[in-house]
Design a protein around this ligand. Structure first.
Ligand code: XBP
Ligand code: MG
Length: 260
């Protein structure tokens, strides 16, 4: 099998984390005495901005206040986001977030087959450590040969930088790997790095433009929750496994060669 590595996005892909993020943002705002409340509809819109710090700064820019007040509030973003990150990590540590369907199964399948694993995410390293530790176990971080987080690169998704950095750390070519994502921002980042990409949207990214994805399915499927008939027919099985992923990778590579 030519497939050498799976590169996973974190938020929305490994786990449906954004409700926990949204609650952590709101808790941090309240603790700071700010009368801001991001409801689900507003948060879904704000998710178009990758990165928690950038998201808060963007929100400040939308407020009906003068520029001096916006500047004062923007100066508080690093402390606000640090508090939010701590609150999010606590929520995760208390079991508020679980892995999405099929993630544990595919990670195990890849490890047994010698397919390497990597993470390419916008979120913070503390959040990755908390999520992997709470869902796969403390030693599981070492299963990921590369873990590239948002602040490690100059530009967050949809820039391809996190994926390019992950490929560089893996020492692999894009055509020998497959990315797994949940959103338009993430898909554009992975495609920009030349990666064949599988997308499993969540309710937060349900309306995203996912053109260019090699496959869009509601989840990866597992024994407890197999893909339904239509999606299983597209995958050729009730779960997306390495064999199907290798077929997708080959199709992507052949399509790329046909354009050269
Ligand atoms: C999704 C994001 C992150 C999270 C919040 O990241 O855009 O900003 O919403 O986490 P992913 P931070 O690339 O994993 O889908 O507050 O740490 O940014
Ligand atoms: Mg994501």
């Amino acid at each position: 099998m030519r497939l050498k590595a799976l590169i996973f996005d974190v938020d929305g892909t490994l786990a449906d984390t954004e409700e926990a993020h949204r609650n952590a943002f709101n808790d941090a705002f309240a603790a700071a005495g700010l009368a801001w409340h991001w409801n689900a509809a507003l948060y879904q819109d704000l998710l178009r901005v990758a990165g928690g710090k950038e998201r808060i700064a963007h929100f400040i820019g939308t407020l009906p206040i003068d520029e001096a007040e916006k500047a004062r509030l923007r100066a508080r973003v690093p402390a606000l986001h640090a508090d939010k990150t701590q609150r999010y990590a606590q929520r995760v540590a208390h079991g508020q977030v679980v892995l999405r369907t099929g993630i544990a199964r595919l990670v195990t399948e890849a490890r047994m087959a010698g397919v390497r694993l990597a993470l390419a995410t916008t979120t913070s390293p503390q959040n990755v450590d908390a999520l992997i530790g709470a869902t796969l176990g403390a030693g599981a971080l070492d299963w990921f040969a590369s873990r590239v987080c948002g602040d490690a690169v100059a530009a967050k998704k949809p820039s391809p930088e996190v994926y390019l950095r992950a490929l560089s750390e893996l020492g692999l070519r894009a055509q020998d790997c497959v990315a797994l994502e949940d959103s338009a921002n993430g898909l554009r980042a992975a495609l920009g790095a030349g990666l064949c990409t599988v997308v499993t949207p969540t309710q937060w990214s349900a309306g995203d433009d996912l053109a260019g994805a090699a496959l869009v399915i509601p989840h990866l499927g597992d024994a407890q929750c197999p893909l339904d008939g239509r999606d299983a027919a597209r995958v050729g099985a009730p779960c997306l496994g390495l064999a199907a992923i290798e077929r997708l990778r080959t199709e992507c590579a052949n399509a790329l060669e046909a354009t050269i």
